[in-house]
Ligand binder design. Structure first.
Ligand SMILES: *Cc1c(COP(=O)(O)O)cnc(C)c1O
Length: 423
């Protein structure tokens, strides 16, 4: 099946007489006839549902659809994108581990890696993702356990050279984890380019309508944990909390997601609700149609801004003049995303006046939504960062992040025009 068809049909196949749409299994618990059957579930000896903190049928349908779209072997939902990225890393890192991450990642993930995980004794080196391979290779250490980046970075819309990062990760015997939130599996499937694990904030395009926070993790099944057994004891040595199971031996290609579910979700409990999993499932059905329109509208808006005399600069990977254009053409030939970054002549004050003058586009801490929205990272999402950190992360203090929705594009351009005139 092609992507568009998978959006509609993967993850849930009703049998004769069953509901056409995935049922919302709004139940915390599941009943068994014998004590022995329930016991086997707790030993991971047979598969089945027993408590929604670990697994729920509605969640599993949505996770299976995302996994199929990404070309992975298994997936899981989490309560947020933050939880997805934390679980994806913490599943293979522990105190004393080291991570290599692009410095251009989403502010929330930057804090997670740079501050919160550091308190757990997990160190991170942030790198400029545009550096040549030889330079990047220098930051790896014997205790490096993962490489992390975003297909398209939020909010600087830089495109990651996934093949370069996959080569780097694999030549150092560690997996590449890619946050594919902005591209979605419709516009890019990082596993095809060598990524081992893919994460999502489903809060963005996958939901698409601003109604539910959520995350997802997909495993390609390609990374050979046993070949790097000394690096990943959590997967390759007995788990005392499951009677000494060795995940990589018992579950093969499903080891990574099984451990994340059976161990991390059991102990940390950042599970998605079945109701929200239903919204995820529903959002995925129209994802391919929405992505096409988002990209078409965003390109038209980017061209308009690029030609406006009040605009100092525009970054949008699909503009032929953009520094990311070549990488975008390679990894995102159908279009990148609906987010563009720009700055106005006159800097910060003008930006704020411009934003307050908009009538249709709304100020919201959100992107990738059906309705157009925008924000000023230096005043909002990234306000805890120093100017130095902002510039290191490629976020200019005058940067406005605009997420172009599904409205009629002429109405959007008219709104931008009147706000630009007012400054
Ligand atoms: C929003 C976002 C996150 C965090 O996701 P939440 O669902 O808000 O927790 C992570 N990565 C990227 C690229 C994002 O845009």
């Amino acid at each position: 099946m092609k992507t568009e068809t998978k959006c509609l049909h993967s993850g849930y196949e009703p049998k004769n007489g069953e509901p056409r749409q995935v049922p919302i299994i709004q139940s915390t618990t599941f009943k068994y006839d014998t004590s022995d059957e329930m016991g086997k579930l707790f030993d991971l000896e047979s598969s089945g549902y027993f408590y929604t903190r670990l697994q729920n049928p509605t969640n599993d349908c949505a996770a299976a659809k995302i996994a199929d779209l990404e070309g992975g072997v298994a997936g899981m939902l989490t309560s947020s994108g933050q939880a997805a990225n934390f679980f994806a890393l913490f599943n293979i890192c522990e105190t004393g581990s080291h991570i290599v991450a692009s410095s251009s990642i989403y502010g929330g993930t930057f804090n997670l890696l740079g501050i919160t995980m550091k308190k757990m004794g997990i160190d991170c080196t942030f790198v400029d993702q545009a550096l040549p391979e030889e330079e990047l290779a220098k930051v790896f250490k014997p205790n490096t356990r993962a490489v992390f980046g975003e297909t398209i970075s939020n909010p600087t819309v830089s495109v990651l050279d996934i093949e370069k990062f996959a080569r780097l990760a694999h030549s150092h015997g560690v997996p590449l984890i890619i946050d594919n939130t902005f591209a979605t599996p419709v516009n890019c499937q990082p596993i095809k380019w060598g990524a081992d694990i893919v994460t999502h904030s489903t809060t963005k395009y996958i939901d698409g309508h601003g109604i539910s926070v959520g995350g997802a993790i997909v495993d390609s099944g390609n990374f050979d944990w046993m070949a790097q057994a000394d690096k990943y004891p959590g997967l390759t040595t007995p788990d005392d909390s499951y009677h000494g199971i060795v995940y990589a031996e018992k579950f093969g290609k499903l080891a990574y997601i099984t451990k994340a579910t059976a161990q991390l979700m059991r102990d940390l409990g950042s599970i998605q609700s079945p109701q929200n999993a239903f919204y995820v499932m529903n959002g995925l059905e129209s994802l391919h149609v929405r992505m096409e329109r988002h990209c078409e509208n965003a390109l038209a808006v980017a061209k308009f801004l690029n030609e406006n005399e009040n605009v100092a600069w525009v970054e949008y990977p699909d503009l032929p003049t953009d520094s990311n254009y070549e990488l975008a053409q390679k990894y995102l030939p159908k279009g990148s995303c609906d987010v563009l970054a720009f700055g106005l002549k006159g800097g910060r004050d003008k930006s704020i006046k411009f934003m307050d003058s908009l009538k249709l586009a709304t100020i919201a801490t959100h992107v990738a939504d059906a309705k157009t929205c925008l924000l000023h990272p230096a005043s909002h999402t990234h306000r805890q960062m120093t100017d130095e950190q902002l510039i290191e992360a490629g976020v200019a203090p005058d940067l406005i992040r605009l997420s172009v929705g599904l409205e009629n594009v002429d109405d959007l351009i008219d709104d931008l025009k009147q706000a630009l005139q007012s400054i």
